[in-house]
Design a protein around this ligand. Structure first.
Ligand SMILES: Cc1ncc(COP(=O)(O)O)c(C=O)c1O
Length: 321
């Protein structure tokens, strides 16, 4: 579609990516009213981003910034290690802007994520995650050293990941929730969400508490050893550098079983087709709401969509399908 230029009255050709980029962000926030608990928590619907997750925001911001700084060239290869959602988001934004995208992903990430990245044209490299994310991050550094065309978004340490939430997602949430925010709770993968949302919310409401949700099986902030869990996308056996800039006031543990029960509740009682980390976030938010009382405003994020979990235990209903 031609774009009308109001200055000279001429129609100009649209920039590649113009159809996609405006669809990212500006997600709604909804109240989740829990009966019989008689409690409400507020959830920002990041699963409504075009690729289906909160990661669309960082993909748009980091790639646009690299373009503006002249770092990206037509033959550049965007290379990232990810648990999946960042890979899908980078593949989507990279494709829309005409760049090649290569994704390193643990062989444990769900197969749906692989299909989506490949459908978007990304090249996929699976690795054995013996030391969690660290293994994949080291591999990306090695590949970048060997090929000058490689651009590394570095989601685990790039300050733009958190700044984007601080300047964008947090002000959106503040405007969407009636009255003040008392708590923001979420899990961490890169820590970008907790760091950025925490800073943005505290700038407006300094009394607000920022709480990290951790899988009970991998509560690393509490000094425990990481073990297997089913809350995909969070706690990848690694405390990411970005998390250090998160203004944390505490941690809350949610088991994989509790996360899955709450995710199914969100699916079946609220009709919200979200994935397991969203269920974990809401389980944590509901527990905090019960502790602080119905007058407290507890907020969280719904991170991604249920469709990327068909092959995981979330959809294993033991015959009750
Ligand atoms: C499904 C899901 N939930 C939560 C997160 C955590 O977000 P962040 O990386 O901002 O800490 C991720 C990160 O990849 C994710 O994929």
């Amino acid at each position: 579609m031609p774009v009308f230029n109001p200055v000279d009255g001429q129609a100009s050709a649209p920039r590649r990516g113009e159809a996609l980029l405006p669809l990212i962000g500006h997600t709604p926030t909804v109240p989740l009213r829990f009966e019989p608990e008689g409690l409400t928590v507020w959830a920002k619907c990041e699963f409504l981003n075009p690729s289906g997750s909160v990661k669309d925001r960082l993909a748009k911001t980091i790639i646009s910034d690299a373009e503006e700084r002249g770092v990206l060239k037509p033959d550049s290869i965007i290379l990232e290690c990810t648990s999946g959602n960042t890979g899908i988001a980078l593949a989507m934004v990279g494709t829309a802007l005409g760049y090649a995208v290569k994704i390193l992903m643990s062989h444990t990430a769900s197969v749906e994520r692989r299909y989506l990245m490949q459908q978007l044209g990304a090249e996929l490299v699976l690795f054995e995650a013996t030391h969690g994310y660290r293994t994949g991050i080291n591999l990306t550094l090695k590949m970048a050293a060997e090929d000058p065309r490689v651009f590394l978004p570095r989601q685990f340490e790039n300050p733009l990941n958190a700044e984007d939430h601080e300047r964008g997602t947090a002000p959106e949430l503040i405007a969407q929730v009636p009255g003040r925010i008392d708590v923001f709770v979420a899990g961490y993968g890169t820590g970008g969400t907790l760091a950025g949302m925490g800073r943005g919310i505290k700038a407006r409401y300094p009394q607000a508490r920022v709480i990290a949700m951790e899988p009970a099986e991998a509560a690393m902030l509490l000094g425990e050893c990481p073990c297997c869990h089913y809350i995909e996308g969070v706690a990848g056996g690694y405390l990411p550098p970005l998390l250090q800039s998160a203004p944390l006031d505490g941690e809350i543990k949610v088991s994989s079983a509790e996360a899955m029960t709450m995710t199914r509740r969100l699916n079946r009682e609220f009709g919200l087709l979200v994935g397991t980390s969203s269920g974990a976030n809401v389980a944590a938010a509901l527990r905090l709401a019960a502790e602080l009382g119905a007058q407290a405003t507890i907020t969280t994020l719904l991170c991604d969509r249920a469709e990327r979990y068909f092959s995981t235990p979330l959809f294993d209903h033991g015959g009750s399908r």
